[in-house]
Design a protein around this ligand. Structure first.
Ligand code: HEC
Length: 221
């Protein structure tokens, strides 16, 4: 092999090294820019802040049940309830599955099914399954009742939850009463659901710092 051959080999090796280097820089930039939509951990007492909008309400505004329930789509809610059926039976006197039977659950006392082994967390929280309580729990069970053994991520969509609750209400011998609508509050009924969209603003700018110059191959003698 003459020195010209060696030059080509060294050039190829250096070229490869530089290529790997540049790919790494670019990859680091991409990873830096990628912030997870939700943190993989939940710290008790810390409320998830929506990036940018510090004025956004911390607590989700509860729907005005007197307004939304009569307008809700019960059939659509029954379709949503299919997601619950791997763990819950909705028929009267139905069996417990992974979770307790949920016939006539609206306004039922929490952890009231004597034949089901509830978690300490669920038993430890008093009160009834009101519309508000169901609305909060179904959104994020583990956040609403930390320690619950209902391992279900939750339904983010407000519409889905309202329709589902309308279905749960209808699934009873004597459906729970619907409160009178609150005309004054109806105007302020914009949920904070859309807040997350703003956080996806800062895009990844890929700039591999400088185009590292190819080292000059030694001149053939
Ligand atoms: C992966 C299984 C699973 C899924 C899916 C699931 N649940 Fe549950 N659910 C449970 C378990 C387990 C419990 C008992 C929780 C505890 O004791 O902490 C429970 C408890 C509940 C309770 C409290 C019942 C009571 O008697 O106090 C309600 C209400 C409830 N689930 C509603 C729903 C709804 C509505 C859905 C669908 C959107 C759903 N669950 C989906 C497993 C599930």
């Amino acid at each position: 092999m003459d020195s010209f051959e060696w030059n080509k080999i060294i050039g190829a090796v250096l070229g490869t090294v530089i290529f790997i280097f540049v790919v790494r820089i670019v990859a680091e930039h991409i990873y830096e820019a990628e912030t997870p939509e939700k943190p993989g951990y939940v710290v008790e007492g810390v409320v998830e802040a929506s990036a940018g909008a510090s004025t956004a309400p911390v607590e989700e505004v509860m729907p005005d049940w007197g307004t939304v329930l009569p307008a809700a789509d019960v059939a659509a809610g029954q379709t949503v309830a299919v997601k619950c059926q791997q763990c819950h039976d909705f028929t009267k006197g139905g069996p417990n599955k992974i979770g307790p039977e949920l016939f006539a659950v609206v306004d039922r006392a929490r952890a009231a099914n004597a034949t089901f082994a509830y978690s300490a967390a669920m038993k430890g929280k008093p009160g009834n399954w009101t519309y508000d309580e169901l609305f909060k729990f179904i959104k994020a069970p583990g956040v609403d009742i930390p320690g619950t053994k209902m391992s279900f991520a939750g339904l983010r969509s407000e519409k889905d939850r309202i329709n589902l609750i309308a279905y749960l209400r209808s699934n009873a011998d004597a459906p729970a009463a619907i409160p009178a609508p609150k005309p004054a509050a109806a105007a302020a009924e914009k949920p904070a659901d859309s807040a997350a969209a703003a956080s996806a603003a800062a895009g990844a700018t890929i700039s591999p710092k400088s185009g590292a110059p190819m080292p000059e191959a030694p001149k053939p003698h």
